[in-house]
Design a protein around this ligand. Structure first.
Ligand SMILES: [Zn+2]
Length: 120
């Protein structure tokens, strides 16, 4: 760990009222956003559990199949995150999600295996 000593006579912290007010407002907006996300998450997990219950009652699925499929989906999501494509121009490997080569701007060779759930 690096240690940076404070210089002698360093500046006082500016406690400008407008800045403090803006920070408080930002924090309040973030708290509201977090609460909204928590509510959406709760609704989504409740919906998922209800759908699962219906499928179980219909006798078409079982818990082992669900657990296996959860692992498969998690692995596929991980694979999508790390998928790489070579640049046609310079040959460097780039994240497949990039629109162009980050080194030279060239076109990437191949197509992203885009899932309808990408970004979710
Ligand atoms: Zn390139």
């Amino acid at each position: 760990m690096m240690f940076f000593p404070m210089p002698q006579g360093s500046k006082k912290v500016n406690t400008n009222d407008a800045e403090v007010g803006k920070l408080a407002n930002d924090t309040s907006e973030q708290a509201d956003r977090l609460k909204t996300l928590e509510n959406k998450f709760t609704r989504l997990s409740t919906l998922t559990e209800a759908l699962w219950d219906i499928l179980l009652e219909k006798g078409e699925l079982d818990e082992h199949l669900l657990k296996a499929r959860i692992q498969q989906v998690a692995q596929e999501r991980e694979d999508r995150k790390t998928e790489k494509l070579p640049c046609r121009k310079c040959g460097m490997q780039n994240a497949a999600s990039k629109p162009a080569c980050i080194y030279c701007g060239g076109e990437l060779d191949g197509e992203l295996n885009e899932s309808p759930f990408a970004g979710l």
